[in-house]
Design a protein around this ligand. Sequence first.
Ligand SMILES: *Cc1c(COP(=O)(O)O)cnc(C)c1O
Length: 364
Amino acid sequence: MEITGYGNQWVCDLVPYEPGKPIEETARELGLNPDEIIKLASNENPLGPSPKAKEAMIAEIEKAHLYPDGGGYRLRTALAEKHGVAFENIVLGNGSNEIIELLCHSFLKPGAGLIAAEHAFVVYKLMATLFGADYIEVPDPGFVHDLDAMAAAITPETRLLFIANPNNPTGTLVGQEEIDRFMEKIPDHVVVVFDEAYHEFLKDAPDVIRYVQSGRNVCVMRTFSKAQGLSALRIGYGITSPELAGLLNRSRQPFNANAIAQAGALAAIQDEEHIRDTVENNAKGLRYFEEAFTDRGWEFVPSHANFVMVKVGDGDAVFAKLLKKGIIVRAMRGYKLPEWVRISIGTPSQNQRCLQELDKVLAS
Ligand SMILES: *Cc1c(COP(=O)(O)O)cnc(C)c1O
């Protein structure tokens, strides 16, 4: 028998995550200059990293020979203060993706269940599969999480329920009232995870940290990868009860959040100017795309985040044609939406170039 035959079946069956196509790889394949390529594929910050974070990280490099503070004292203290919770409520992750994995480590096994929406962020499904657990997908009419249906899907075996708010790739949001009504129905054996990767872009954000403060089994996830522009560093965190935090901390590697990332994140929290500029640029860019799509009669999903999903007919073909022009977007076949692409909001000139090329592609 081949060695894979001895592997865990659920790992052998896993379809690997397909990331946004990197700029360097695209440049190599097309023989283009990397500087000519626009990547609007992974919801990254088009203004770059926080300048304050950059400065702090450069200083931290001097201490690269030392192991990081595995307990994350300074960053967790600052985050606790920012969110009005205790130090014990904060868990650092190697990106918030790792928080997803730590939750699965703590709660999933074959027979246990994870509930998410049909068009939810794909990593939930990957992780549930990786732990041999049951992935329960609940329909989301109009691409909006149906919280009543999600609550109704809970069984005695359910352990985790994920709500990305706003969701990726759809950009849709569920509001405070719906969440409050939903939380009344959730039994104690289920951990509700609110994935708030795009929180900074919201004008009127629901408050779910109140459920951590009131002692419910809730984990709120945040990341420095999006608004703060630190995707490469891999740093995110969970805000949760001390009991849950204890489980997640036992599940993680001792030095999961590296020192340079911790230093960058700590400085980024204080860089209000960078976040303000980022949010402003995003609001303008989103309006630009949504108005253009409306003018052209193209169907799109109104977004609360830093990307927008638009219906283009053949998503793979449009992705490939834009790629040849040096513009990387994301085809949505992996989300069972083969007619759609997702475009991250860029700088005004990037947005303009993307739209011009999209016009040409869809006219041809
Ligand atoms: C981008 C994203 C994340 C963040 O991932 P990191 O691991 O922190 O880079 C988490 N959840 C959703 C829904 C996202 O879109």
